[in-house]
Design a binder for this molecule. Sequence first.
Ligand SMILES: Cc1cc2nc3c(=O)[nH]c(=O)nc-3n(C[C@H](O)[C@H](O)[C@H](O)COP(=O)(O)OP(=O)(O)OC[C@H]3O[C@@H](n4cnc5c(N)ncnc54)[C@H](O)[C@@H]3O)c2cc1C
Length: 497
Amino acid sequence: MARTGQQFLDRLRHNPPNLYIDGQRVEDATTHPATRNIAHSLAGLYDLQHDPRYRDVLTFEENGERHATAFMVPRTREDLRRIGEAHRIRANYSLGTLGRAPDYMNTNVMAAGMASAYFDGCESSGEPGSGRNFSENMRRYFEYVRDHDLCLTHALTNPQVNRSKQASELPDPYIAMGIVEETSEGVIVRGARMLATLPIADEILIFPSTVIRENGDRSRYAIGFGLPTNTPGLYFQCREPFDLGRDVEDHPLSSRFDEQDAFVIFDDVLVPWERVFLMYDMTLANQAYAKTDAVLHMAYQVVNQKVSKTEAFLGLAQSIVDTVGSGGFQHVQSKVSEIIVTLEIMKALEVAAVEGAQLNAYGVMTPARGPLDAARNYYPAIYPRLNEIIQLLGASGIIMMPGKADREGPLGHFIEKHLQATNASAEERLKLFRLAWDLTLSSFGARQNLYEKHFFGDPIRMHSALYEVYDKGPYVQRIREFIHQPQPNQSKTVAAD
Ligand SMILES: Cc1cc2nc3c(=O)[nH]c(=O)nc-3n(C[C@H](O)[C@H](O)[C@H](O)COP(=O)(O)OP(=O)(O)OC[C@H]3O[C@@H](n4cnc5c(N)ncnc54)[C@H](O)[C@@H]3O)c2cc1C
């Protein structure tokens, strides 16, 4: 059932994830200074789905229950459009800065749950009803996450110890997380995974991932499971917080949307059998995202979120231009137009993904891969330019921003006079420039920049993957035909002359 913000906070308070920040355990993420604001912002996102203005888009009804729209199984293109609209409304809430808002991973479990038969292929899977049947486990996990409206974090990659070696070749085979042993209760796993954004989530999903490559068909590193984030032996070592406890007016984004990133330590963690989705099978693990189409539903959330984020960049850029009165300069118009072009490209890719959608083997209407691959390869490359445009348009305004306390201090009247804008008071102007700073220049903004480059994987290997899967054959054929086509008979033309 679609949760309220209070239900989210209550669960977080009663099931505290094992978070460590600055060398100390976070006893209560709803009150700890580094996490309380993001916890309450997420609660706001849950409340949004009960807001009469958005309820019909952000939730849907099935068997008398209302669920968050990200759990909806799309059967038609119209369903996909509705899911896309819900993704954009959720993204607007944080101006697109919450990369791992719950709908991202919820689409992952929806797609995997619907494609649960894929996990039947795993040799280690037991009989249906045994608790060890992986396809049954995957389907039930989807239903469990949907019915409790949970949010998930995930961690795909091995620690960055030595990228020229496989995990099995490192000095300790359990630097990367792997299977230690099987017991009657489940599987014991040990080691670490990178990089779980939003570690205050209810659960962590370790989905079998393409990035854990090993030689051979059987590997201890090939495993898929889902666990509560407060499972004994599971630890989240968080990075330095970017929420510095400042007023929202001074730090409009980092004081609300620092979703945190953590590396995840599995210290001989028991994964109960009913939570295991795959074991040992390297081939099945490497193809799971692609073959279940989970990657496409996640990419569809992403393209919608990036549309929302680019709209925020456009609104911000034009507000800066209006504020400093620079809109008449041609190069300024040109820079704002670059953002418009990016926005229209992302919108067009979203529409194309829906128009080209097809029912997959599991009866799920699945957005087209081509436009989504284009979007997820294009945006990481263009994002630094969007950042740069804001900085070029705002110039010193993005750093010379006395805070709320300064405005209220003894020099306040000077600030009011000298930092006013063409169309606004100093207070309004400073709020705007503080937003520009927090989006592009603060620690929070710098992390956004890094996030956009890497959140869907290494951009280099994403390009390689696109090169491998994209069907270039028809275009090669067209070129071959073109260069071999007969030349026009020029001698006749000459004779006619
Ligand atoms: C802010 C942020 C948030 C993130 N959130 C999440 C999350 O929520 N969940 C999650 O699972 N992941 C998350 N990630 C991790 C993300 O998936 C990885 O950053 C990405 O897959 C790249 O892996 P890596 O960081 O280990 O880089 P590496 O793989 O270590 O790459 C480092 C460098 O080596 C090069 N390199 C390494 N191996 C190869 C190779 N085989 N071929 C060619 N070049 C290679 C890369 O091109 C790169 O230049 C996040 C990352 C960031 C920065």
